[in-house]
Design a protein around this ligand. Structure first.
Ligand SMILES: Cc1cc2nc3c(=O)[nH]c(=O)nc-3n(C[C@H](O)[C@H](O)[C@H](O)COP(=O)(O)OP(=O)(O)OC[C@H]3O[C@@H](n4cnc5c(N)ncnc54)[C@H](O)[C@@H]3O)c2cc1C
Length: 325
């Protein structure tokens, strides 16, 4: 019987495990943590997880659930991180997956052998062989820092990966760099307590409210997929215009191209906060000198803290560079 190793017991690893078992494969899932759930194990200390105290998913529960195991009926449309984690753990329990997961076991090295099998070296020194390898080590845990900021800025600097709650931001002047999902979430949450919050947006892009006509936006968008492509794209643009109006009304540059051209930013509060004077949009950063940041339009701001919500690096530290560069 072919043997399979899976690296990681987040939501991707556990469903890979379940499906391998369904094919009667001999499978072992290696998990560095003491429990499963990956990104959804909220932790106030630095850890693998990038969720913060107030994180709720931005994809609806309908479209975030496994097809054969829906989220509980009593969950809200956008569950909190602890509900999401409980759901993944109940999935694992329901399908009897835990006994196939080796917890507290980090894979240090994965080497392809001449016969195309895989040799895994574990952090505890053990070496094991498998016919096949699936990697599910996550892609939202190694912070991508913008070049030069931590050196040039004399205030406090952190990446959104290390943002856990807004307690340490009371009465501060804060700049959030980046307006993806993490950046918008951080700006909104910090604006509840800070003196001032600016958000630096380098390129215009769509910010999509989480509901349309009382339904989660992604479920509405899914119904549009049954239309011809051009009509669906037009439908997305029209419905977004009805919801939001022109982005210029919020001091934002108008995005062009299809709404789903890039990874969508879903946030119902950012535009509201902008119009309530709690969050101020800024252009891209061109210079930092001490506490003063200069933006592309020549304007400047002075800040106590910068939060870089500038994304993550996708890394496979257990592979030789020749396997995945
Ligand atoms: C703040 C935030 C909000 C998000 N919201 C959404 C959302 O609403 N909807 C959505 O679809 N996605 C969302 N995501 C994306 C998120 O990445 C996915 O939801 C999901 O967690 C990815 O699952 P995964 O199993 O691929 O990786 P992870 O959840 O990151 O799990 C990877 C697992 O691999 C383990 N591991 C890593 N390296 C090793 C090793 N060498 N040996 C052994 N084990 C290892 C880790 O300990 C971890 O348990 C969000 C991400 C963030 C950061």
């Amino acid at each position: 019987m072919p043997t399979v190793a899976i690296i990681g017991a987040g939501c991707s690893g556990i469903t890979a495990l379940k499906n391998c078992l369904a094919q009667d494969l001999s499978v072992v899932c290696f998990e560095a943590n003491s429990d499963l759930g990956g990104n959804w194990i909220y932790n106030t200390e630095p850890s693998h997880s990038s969720v913060c105290e107030t994180t709720h998913i931005i994809s609806s529960k309908t479209l975030s659930a496994y097809l054969d195991y829906p989220m509980p009926e009593d969950y809200p449309d956008y569950p909190s991180h602890d509900q999401v984690l409980a759901y993944f753990r109940s999935y694992a329990d329901h399908f009897g997956l835990r006994e196939y997961i080796r917890f507290n076991t980090r894979v240090a090295r994965a080497e392809l052998q001449p016969d195309q099998s895989w040799e895994l070296t574990l952090a505890n020194g053990r070496v094991e062989q498998f016919n096949y390898l699936l990697t599910a080590n996550g892609h939202h845990h190694e912070a991508r820092h913008p070049a030069g900021i931590s050196e040039a800025f004399t205030g406090r600097y952190l990446h959104s990966h290390d943002y856990k709650n807004n307690k340490a931001f009371a009465d501060e002047r804060v700049l959030v760099i980046g307006s993806g999902n993490s950046g918008c979430d951080c700006a909104v949450e910090i604006s509840r307590v800070a003196k001032k919050v600016d958000i630096s947006i380098r390129r215009p892009h769509y910010i999509i409210p989480k509901f349309f006509l009382g339904r989660p936006s992604d479920t509405f968008n899914k119904t549009l997929q049954y239309l011809p492509g051009w009509l669906a794209r037009l439908g997305q643009k029209i419905t977004l215009r009805i919801q939001v109006g022109r982005y210029a009304e919020y001091g934002l540059e108008e995005p062009t191209g299809p709404v789903t051209k890039n990874h969508p930013t879903l946030n119902s509060e950012l535009l509201y906060k902008i119009r309530h004077g709690k969050v101020h949009p800024r252009r891209g950063v061109t210079n930092i000198d001490g506490n003063v940041v200069t933006f592309k339009d020549g304007s400047q701001g002075t800040y106590d803290t910068i939060v870089a919500a500038t994304g993550y690096k996708i890394t496979f530290p257990f592979f030789d560079k020749a396997v995945v560069s």
